[in-house]
Write a protein that binds this ligand. Structure first.
Ligand code: ADE
Ligand code: ZN
Length: 342
């Protein structure tokens, strides 16, 4: 398939996005708009000055700016506006389903009521279904640099709104904060019937992927790219079809890999893993999900139409939806690919 046709397939094929931090979709323009609306002072003179600060050396250097950006989010309307802006981009990218992370502790620590966060996001999810036909669900993430007791408290605060989220995840600074630190809170979430995911093997070692599976009992691994440091683990991930939600542009921006051309995504696909492509924090890392597909495929010539279809099919397989929805999206994917001659 030639490049224009492949790019058309990457843009037009239906896809699910499973690794998207809603606070990471906060574009500089919206940061300035919300700062003005809420009377929050920013330490940057302009959108351009803020964007210029987006030069990261590792995960922590990004997180410092990401948490500062989120400080403009105060009201339910702010969370609605944030998520609505994401859904407009997702619709343009032919995302048919999104499982969206949010970090309540980033907001409750600043005195924002948890219901403002959850209800604002939920309102946007419902409207995205009505207007764009995009289905979506929320996943509450615990910040791993904080204590497990803080995570347990956050869970209790969120439980009155249990019907508005389908699962929990674990994000923020990975090194020095192994999955085991959150064993009790994940056990409790499991009892509650919540889906479980965790970031592991992004900056942290392959051993964190194993403990996320064995101790936390997660169903998906977010990132997981360092699994290739342990051949037996790669075999296990393939055998058990544990999905990895990979975020290529994020990996380059946070220097997990030096260049997209060095990314191990083709090796992970070749090993038979259920890998998906996602945007992580698109406002900070240079693009939404289609941009991740386009740049990754441009940098790795061994990826073609077959891999594109596989990645989209994997995103449906890895999603937390009933089998009928997965089957319908698979049929839509096959129809689009056939129309484009892929
Ligand atoms: N929070 C937002 N983006 C993240 C990432 N890439 N890793 C860990 N925590 C995050
Ligand atoms: Zn992430």
């Amino acid at each position: 398939m030639n490049t224009p046709s492949l790019n058309a397939l990457l843009r037009r094929m239906p896809k699910a996005e499973l690794h998207l931090h809603i606070e990471g979709s906060l574009e500089p323009e919206l940061i300035f708009k919300l700062a003005a609306r809420n009377g929050v002072e920013l330490p940057y003179a302009s959108v351009e000055a803020l964007r210029a600060a987006y030069a990261f050396t590792d995960l922590q250097s990004f997180l410092d700016i990401y948490y500062a950006g989120a400080s403009v989010l105060l009201t339910e309307q702010d969370f609605f506006d944030l998520a609505w802006a994401y859904f407009e981009r997702a619709a343009a990218d032919n995302v048919v389903h999104a499982e969206i992370f949010f970090d309540p502790q980033t907001h409750t620590e600043r005195g924002v009521p948890i219901e403002a966060v959850i209800l604002g996001l939920d309102h946007a999810c419902r409207r995205a279904h009505a207007e764009f036909g995009i289905s979506s669900a929320l996943i509450l993430c615990f910040l791993r640099h904080l204590s497990e007791d803080a995570a347990l408290q956050t869970l209790e605060q969120a439980l009155p709104w249990r019907r508005h989220f389908i699962g929990v995840g674990l994000d923020s600074s990975e090194r020095g904060h192994p999955p085991e630190k959150f064993a009790r809170v994940f056990a409790r979430c499991r009892e509650l019937g919540l889906h479980l995911v965790a970031h592991a093997g992004e900056e942290g070692p392959a051993a964190y992927i194993e403990s996320a599976l064995d101790v936390l009992k997660v169903e998906r691994i977010d990132h997981g790219v360092r699994c290739t440091e342990d051949a037996a683990l790669v075999q296990r991930l393939a055998r058990e079809r544990v999905p990895l939600t990979v975020c290529p542009l994020s990996n380059v921006k946070l220097r997990v890999v030096e260049r997209l051309a060095d990314h191990n995504l083709p090796a992970l696909l070749d090993a038979g893993l259920c890998v998906t492509i996602n945007s992580d924090d698109p406002a900070y890392f240079g693009g939404y999900v289609v941009q991740n597909f386009l740049e990754t495929f441009a940098a790795l010539p061994q990826l073609g139409a077959a891999q594109a279809r596989q990645l989209a099919a994997n995103s449906f397989e890895a999603s937390f939806v009933p089998a009928e929805h997965k089957a319908r999206w698979r049929r839509e994917l096959d129809a689009v690919a056939e129309r484009l001659g892929a």
